[in-house]
Design a protein around this ligand. Structure first.
Ligand SMILES: NC(=O)c1ccc[n+]([C@@H]2O[C@H](COP(=O)([O-])OP(=O)(O)OC[C@H]3O[C@@H](n4cnc5c(N)ncnc54)[C@H](O)[C@@H]3O)[C@@H](O)[C@H]2O)c1
Length: 388
């Protein structure tokens, strides 16, 4: 183990981004405590690490207090796609707000450094393009997406108040659309939907003329920026810092690239554009460039190739076993470019395949908050006094 190895808590560690972060943290020599309630995440995402001597998994809901000993905390626990976070909106807000309070309380008690995975959704339906961190956003506080958007905004507030009031070492990263292996095949994100449709040779549905643009960041680039924020910035650097890929592609370009890379015979079919479909979303990453010396390196074509290989293995049964969407995928959700792109109402999210919703319901039952667990039985999780 490296001399500067730390014990790191990753909440939401069995999810898409969390599992990649854990790969990298273990690779860097750290001890990792992966905490997850398995609502949208899965142990399959970390199955390749089974038996790793420096990884411990703990099933726990962040809305409940937690008493463990760690040096750093990455707080990622939160469902990220509209179909998931709108399933139980009250629980979504609790996860963001109570989860932040619990993790900040833990960090305060331990003197640990803590990073919040925030989102481009704090900008809402932005009136400024591209979005710099100084833009305060345009968020509807009472809509069906508010549980996520406002929950994340409140979590940011808490992070900055703990920093000002308690001198806690806090960092906030605002993540823009990210894709890659281990993303959910059935959560309505455009990248996974297009890939699965192309692999199956089904029609790919685009809305409007497909000229609306989106930006896509490959997961490896995202994790690099997240870890640099935590490890390589001074304590005075709190963020928020945008992390995303500013390269813009039209939805049509994305669909055509997917079809070409898959070698599929899928046809593009067009349907009317929903009225308030955002035309554009793109991060301003000037701050990440200067403060983190970071910019994305993985081209869309390259990242899609890796992601297609993953979904191909899932579909052929050689890869992880995951619940796949029914053949006719949700429609509006496809233009909602990724985890964070708008699906504007529960009704519009309705076309999401019944199988996907059934999977969400099953996961929700599985993930019900439990009473605060006894401390796990490892060095990473010695009990100590309650946080406040
Ligand atoms: N993927 C993106 O493009 C994107 C964009 C912006 C922000 N984010 C943020 O990054 C984080 C990770 O997103 P992701 O794409 O990996 O999503 P994901 O759904 O794959 O991962 C979220 C994880 O959190 C877990 N979780 C949910 N509620 C929990 C709770 N109450 N207690 C404990 N665990 C809980 C889930 O089981 C899952 O493993 C989220 O906070 C999300 O808001 C992601």
């Amino acid at each position: 183990m490296k001399r500067d190895a730390k014990t790191v808590l990753v909440t939401g560690g069995a999810g898409f981004l969390g599992s990649h972060l854990i790969d990298r943290l273990l690779g860097a020599g750290h001890e990792v405590l992966c905490l997850d309630n398995l609502f949208t995440g899965s142990k399959r995402n970390i199955a390749h690490l089974h038996g790793h001597p420096r990884l411990e998994f703990m099933r726990h809901d962040v809305t409940m207090p937690l008493y463990v000993e760690v040096d750093e905390i990455y707080n990622l626990a939160c469902p990220a796609s509209p179909v998931h976070y709108q399933h139980d909106p009250v629980q979504t807000t609790k996860t963001s707000v109570h989860g932040a309070i619990n993790m900040l309380g833990l960090a305060k008690r331990l003197g640990a450094k803590i990073l919040q995975a925030s989102t481009s959704e704090v900008y809402g339906d932005p009136a400024v393009h591209p979005q710099p961190e100084s833009y305060w956003g345009n968020v509807n506080p009472i809509g069906p997406r508010s549980c996520y958007d406002e929950g994340k905004r409140c979590a940011e507030t808490l992070f900055f108040d703990y920093n000002r009031q308690h001198k806690l070492r806090t960092k906030v990263v605002r993540i823009f659309n990210t894709y890659g292996p281990r993303m959910h095949p059935n959560d309505g994100r455009v990248v996974s939907n297009f890939i699965v449709q192309a692999l199956r040779g089904e029609d790919i549905t685009l809305y409007g003329d497909g000229s609306q643009t989106r930006s896509f960041c490959y997961v490896d680039d995202l994790i690099t920026a997240m870890m640099r924020t935590m490890e390589d910035t001074p304590d005075s650097f709190t963020g928020p810092v945008n992390i995303g890929n500013p390269g813009e592609f039209t939805i049509r370009e994305l669909a055509e690239m997917v079809v070409e890379l898959v070698g599929s015979r899928s046809q593009l079919v067009f349907q009317p554009l929903p009225q308030d479909d955002p035309k554009q979303r793109r991060p301003d990453i000037s701050l990440a460039k200067s403060a983190l010396n970071w910019e994305p390196k993985v081209a869309l074509r390259e990242g899609l190739t890796e992601t297609i290989a993953y979904f191909r293995s899932v579909l052929t049964g050689e890869g992880p076993r995951v619940v796949l969407p029914a053949s006719t995928l949700g429609s509006t959700a496809q233009t909602a470019a990724a985890a964070d792109a708008p699906v504007r109402s529960g009704a519009e999210a309705a076309p999401i395949a019944t199988a996907a919703l059934a999977a969400v319901r099953q996961a929700a039952r599985h993930a019900k908050p439990q009473a605060a667990p006894k401390a796990a039985n490892t060095a990473a999780s010695k009990t100590s006094t309650p946080a406040r």
